[in-house]
Ligand binder design. Sequence first.
Ligand SMILES: *[C@@H]1O[C@H](CO)[C@@H](O)[C@H](O)[C@H]1NC(C)=O
Ligand SMILES: *[C@@H]1O[C@H](CO)[C@@H](O)[C@H](O)[C@H]1NC(C)=O
Ligand SMILES: *[C@@H]1O[C@H](CO)[C@@H](O)[C@H](O)[C@H]1NC(C)=O
Length: 651
Amino acid sequence: MSESGLRLGSVAKPPPRSSFGAFVCFCFFVLTAAGNPNATYQATMNINVKSSIHQLLLTVDDTTVVNVTSTEEDTKDSAIFSPWVLSSGLYIMVLKPTDGSLKFKRVVMTTMFGLSQEIPSLLLSLAPGNILVLAVKNDAALNLSPTARDLLKSLGVKSAHALRFRNNLAWVGTVGGRTWGEAVTPDIGTKGNYGDLWSSPIHLDLQIPRRPEEPPCFPVDDLREAARASFCDRYEGYGTLCSCENPAPLSYHPPKLEGSTIEDVPLVIVAGNRATYLYRTLVTVLRQPGGHTQRILVYVHGHHQEVADLLDLLQVPFEENLDVGDFKVEGKIAEHYRKSLVAAFSRFPEAPKAILLEEDLLVAPDFFSFFSQTAWLLDHDSTLWCVSAWNDLSSLHVAHDPSQLRRVETLPGLGWMLTRRLAEELLLAWHTKKKNQDWDIWARGPFIIAGRECVVPDVSRTFHIGLSGAHNPGLIHAAFFSAKPMPADSNVKLKDVDRLTFEKYEEDIYRLLQDDPLFLDTKLHPCDEHYLPRNITDKPVVIFIEMITRVDYFAWKYLARCLGVWDQDIRAMHRGLFWFYFYETQVMVIGYPYSDYSFHKPPEVEVLRVANQKDIEKLNLVAPSNRYRFRRPELESLAPFMDTSLPNLPP
Ligand SMILES: *[C@@H]1O[C@H](CO)[C@@H](O)[C@H](O)[C@H]1NC(C)=O
Ligand SMILES: *[C@@H]1O[C@H](CO)[C@@H](O)[C@H](O)[C@H]1NC(C)=O
Ligand SMILES: *[C@@H]1O[C@H](CO)[C@@H](O)[C@H](O)[C@H]1NC(C)=O
């Protein structure tokens, strides 16, 4: 293998501050660090890594740094999220090169499909110069995507492409620098896997040079830069925030949003303990027109030192919700959301509306502009109760026109604006929510939503990056979230915003349906690639699917699966109509006979019916491979988590 394989290419450069070449002698030296003037250090440190089915152990100079264990019993637990499964995967651990202390640890649960999508962004967020330790517990290969393997290879992991199911691996190297050691079990399995067998445990034992403590590269006579140095000394995973060569700014000076109608509308970011996600979200907010910190409140669930330190560093206002109560996961999130609503309108007592955003959602550069152009709708149409930046259907082959808006009968959340009046109404009704029920499922219930709708864009204005979270969303993420594009333009003029009010929206739909659309009448299976023409641009294509009642979504699930769009429920509809683009073609799917628009069906046109549950189950494997089937290569660079590998199932 060539030397270039040892570096992380253009992404992370070699450590700028020191070179290990200085440590050829095996000598002792005394360090006069501020903390302990008497500390004496050896010139090397001993790193020991164990990779095996039931234990992942990392020790530095005989001190245990990471020790994850499971038992034989755990493997018999059939739960999808058993402790064994949850602790299985590729461990990414970062040590300080000076003293070997742990700065960062994440496990990517590559036994589950979709989660390795996060590997590139994780590895690329590590600051050069630190010691990176990669190790497998149980298995890391099953759903390790080719993209992730390529990146590991470029980092110096020689076995990145050869690693097979249940092989063990331990690798140590310097981020942006050299490999210190790698050990992997040879692949002795037939057909590349071991079935019920595991390869032998691995112990990698290394002696590596220790880097001397050095003054930080940031100008420490500046108070904020000194705070940055201290932050970067403790934490990892912030990309250029901690880069010496081209550090990200600590203050942003976003331009004014021209003609803003939402100057008095705050942005409340609902946060937990995922500081590296929060940082990335904040950067997208702070650098766009209207993204000034005076309008922002981060409302944090509990006290987390890293989150608090990050927000102090960036001087972003925040409040901690310290009374977190006794709830299960869903209830805990719901209660935190409730308090976020309270905080939004009490911290900003003059605000007529508020925008809520979660900590793991990147926003498009016209996020505030989008809300500024649509805010007035909430005051003029009582059948609307929110504007949301998120469209459930909007993936690469479906998202089409950034200026287009639609109405949906749900609360999409994921970056949304509501009025003070609605917040008061929700808070009053909150007692009708069961203690541990998801708040959004409760709010979408017929008694709360009461027939009201939200305005959503054809192309989403938020992008979900949270792969470590309450619901382990790897599969859902790969199937539905990863290929969502966002507009790159900070100034998209939305089209026909005034047509989004109830009557005008209906007028437009009736006009389209009466104006000689193409009623799809085909004997092809909906999963056939010729089922729906992709390039009809002069008229909408109308499809009727069976929908007896509002909640009957068998046929929708079937069709949506075949077309590679959100199929988990009917949340994206408006009065029984699902309206979206499929490549270039405008599609109107009408639930027959439930929908108000059913009477447009010409007698000879067939209704798509699904006889039984089994037909849908046959398509269960289709959803995760959607991204493999519905490509828009010209747009894929806009979807950073896009990964097009096919899922692997355990043998
Ligand atoms: C450093 O060593 C001196 C002399 O051995 C001792 O008096 C002092 O307490 C030590 N300081 C620390 C911080 O350990
Ligand atoms: C690791 O954890 C296990 C289980 O808690 C414990 O039995 C073992 O002694 C620990 N090993 C080390 C080296 O800390
Ligand atoms: C639409 O696509 C079909 C193939 O699916 C092709 O034959 C036809 O020429 C295309 N029409 C236009 C207008 O691009």
